[in-house]
Design a protein around this ligand. Sequence first.
Ligand code: G6P
Length: 367
Amino acid sequence: AAVGKGNYRHFMEKELHEHPAVLGDTLRQYLDPKTLEVRLPRLPFDPARIPRLTISACGSAFLAGAVGRYWIEQLARLPVDADVASELRYRNPPLVEGGAAILISQSGETADNMAALKLLRQGGQKVLSVVNVPESSMARESDGAVLTVAGPEIGVASTKAFTAQLAVMACLAIGFGRSRRELSTIDEGRLTQALLEVPGNAALVLEKDAQIRELAAEVAKARDVLFLGRGSLYPIALEGALKLKEISYIHAEGYAAGEMKHGPIALIDNLVPVIALCPTGPLFEKTASNLQEAAARGGRIMAFTDADGVGPLSRFAERVIELPKVGDLSAPILHAIAVQLLAYHVAVLKGTDVDQPRNLAKSVTVE
Ligand code: G6P
């Protein structure tokens, strides 16, 4: 059946508002709310036995993989290599015996990732795909598939499919951590419980719409925008910049907050908004001090944080938007929704074709 826009102006807006439902559907597929255990489908490899994992994807899906890398390394102590498929396929990477790979794709048809799939399988890797379309080529040709339950995504720039990919990667990271005996039953229960709160928290992020729209009015005036984040928020900074470029045509860069002093700080002046993704946690002080350096050079800091971060950041930031206070598996998902909303509102203010940005395709089936 054809999918309609309902009462929304754009498919992207409609899909943004589907986040709580989609995240709930996806998480309920792999988490048991009664036992607080992860229930993964049969995997084509044993996470306890693989020496190394390769993640391959394109576009936003790659950035979901980049977040997954942080999580899997952290929770399962498994070495992970993550690369864009167009590089991986020609890099001739040394693949370890008994290794495995995860391919991430909304469509399951992206040409470069299909080529990476062949290379990885020829190199003896067991391939698991994380896809949104069960009958896609990637799902069929992989050794196993885990589905994101995002439903059809019409807007060219990914929204709900991206956060569903993050949700699946979080479940895999916990599951791998259990298999590799890096996580206790208690850890698993605590992490699972936190993930089950993501759909409700996603709804709270959507309630920040008016504040994010005000921020968008500032961002829409800029020619260049810098997104900063650390750890699992670094790929979300890249995603924020990607999304803004894709649909508003404003030049944006995402950077690891600690790398700012090695280059982008030269760009800082009062015309370049710095969007900081800065939840509290072990890396908060580090990121905050990077932001303070930018503020001292006239940079206009616009920060997303949680209740505990509002006070410290308000001392030097022009705007601070409070998101729910959550742990490391949830913060990237909530911040992703916030930067998607921001890009959406900027694009609307700019009057671009939000759902069909120029030169872009939903699914890139040619190299
Ligand atoms: C295109 C889309 C992006 C998407 C990428 C990968 O560039 O515009 O939103 O992230 O392809 O697509 P896939 O279907 O493999 O996730």
